[in-house]
Design a protein around this ligand. Structure first.
Ligand SMILES: [Zn+2]
Length: 171
């Protein structure tokens, strides 16, 4: 499942510079973002909806307050991805454990992680900085070095696929 072109464009206009203001994007999209110090150690975050008034649903993201900032940012992005792609798949709340497993299927969780990476490390901001070493890039985008490494690796695959797609048989 992909995002609507319109939503994609809307989000891109909010990704103006690194680090991406992920909480700001969630808020612009109408969600509330909280941090909780009462989460069990094994819980990274959750997404839940409340009916504020008849026909008026408000979605809330809650992240574990004690987690490091880069992790909290990734959790916000992961839950926002669930909101954008999967909010029809759960009744009232979705709870992700520390490995981002919520009871939804593994492909669904992988989709949420993929979109989270796109939200935090959009190519239009990453490409101009691509020669910077991973630790500095991770700091610049306020993501973990691991998340940045995975993102760059996936980009390399896309680049390879793209160049194969555009290539012609040699004469
Ligand atoms: Zn999840």
């Amino acid at each position: 499942m992909r995002l609507d072109k319109e939503v994609q464009e809307f989000i891109k206009r909010l990704q103006t510079s690194a680090p991406v203001d992920i909480t700001g994007i969630a808020k612009v999209l109408g969600l509330k973002v909280w941090e909780s110090s009462n989460f069990d150690r094994g819980i990274a975050g959750k997404l839940f909806r409340e009916e504020k008034a008849p026909n008026s649903l408000v979605y809330n993201i809650v992240v574990r307050a004690q987690d490091p900032l880069v992790r909290k940012r990734f959790t916000v992005a992961h839950e926002l991805a669930h909101y954008l792609l999967h909010r029809h798949l759960f009744a009232t709340e979705l709870i992700d454990d520390a490995l981002y497993r919520s009871g939804l299927s593994t492909p669904i969780e992988a989709q949420a992680n993929g979109l989270a990476a796109e939200l935090l490390m959009p190519w239009h901001l990453l490409m101009p900085a691509i020669d910077i070493p991973i630790p500095s890039l991770a700091e610049m985008f306020q993501v973990s070095e691991q998340a940045m490494g995975i993102r760059l690796e996936s980009g390399r695959e896309i680049a390879i696929r793209g160049s194969v797609g555009r290539s012609r048989p040699m004469a």
